[in-house]
Design a protein around this ligand. Sequence first.
Ligand SMILES: [Mn+2]
Length: 331
Amino acid sequence: MDNYLEDVAGIKECVQHPSKSVIIAHRNPDGDAIGSAIGLKLFLDSKGHTVSVVFPSEYPVAFEFLPHANEILITDIEPDEVSKVIKAADLIWCLDFNALDRIDKTGEMVNESKAGKILIDHHLDPEPFADLMISHTPASSTCELVFDVIAEGWGIDSITREVGTALMVGILTDTGSFSYAVSEVLFKKVSHLFVIGVDYLHLQDKIFNSMELKHVELLGHCLANRMEVYEDKQVGIIHLSKDDYKTFNIQRGDTEGIVNQLLRIKSVKIAVFVTEQPKIVKFSFRSKGDISVADICRNHFNGGGHKNAAGGYMHSSLKDALNKVKSVLLD
Ligand SMILES: [Mn+2]
């Protein structure tokens, strides 16, 4: 047994007694958050649990096709309902995040709850708020870890096609369709998902060919009017102002993936996406190869993250924030 799966025995014990489970993923849920939540819900349903899924904020429409997506409770929309299910919970599952402040108001409710807490996640440095923890940074995705937990605890045949389909969603989105964070063991698991009939091509189409017109228009605006590339420094920057947010009616999640467009340029090794938020300026960094944007974010932008994907923020004007990025990366 791999060491990171040590707590599966305890998880199995908890699941043995059907009870009220609440599954929570992070704010601005992505494919991994929703795929792991729905995959785990389907599994726990089959074990006789009563399961609610809670997200702090809304999920992208591209994932509406997943079973039970329409039953997910959103704290921003129904705070009272969320508070009710969390108060009634026997077990709280925290997926794809590892610190309660990542789920703000929902985190306070979790903190007050006496329920058993189980964390399944692949981000660095988990906070010790959970009773049982599956935390493994080399994993491609939380979906891969939910696969591991079920396979280790109940046997690989307990992963049904329905569960596997949900888990494939997060594997696909967190690896950029197998462009990064892949491993030999991941491909073995994915191979199993093929064997049990998960329709990979259908998912690929559902997830990646589902942009709304406004997203394509926003991307066009970013590339045509808001992009600066410094080829000699291997740096690309895209910024969006408050006015851009108004003009394009940008909502949470609408800017997802824009930073990655910069990395498609051969000469760009560091990509930065700078956005003017109501009270702060936010930075999203990506890099190729050995360049650690986590270090850059930690040292200069009040942030951190993974080597090739990190973020930070500043309390300043957009102009000062852009100047800071340039002084750090270009001088
Ligand atoms: Mn993830």
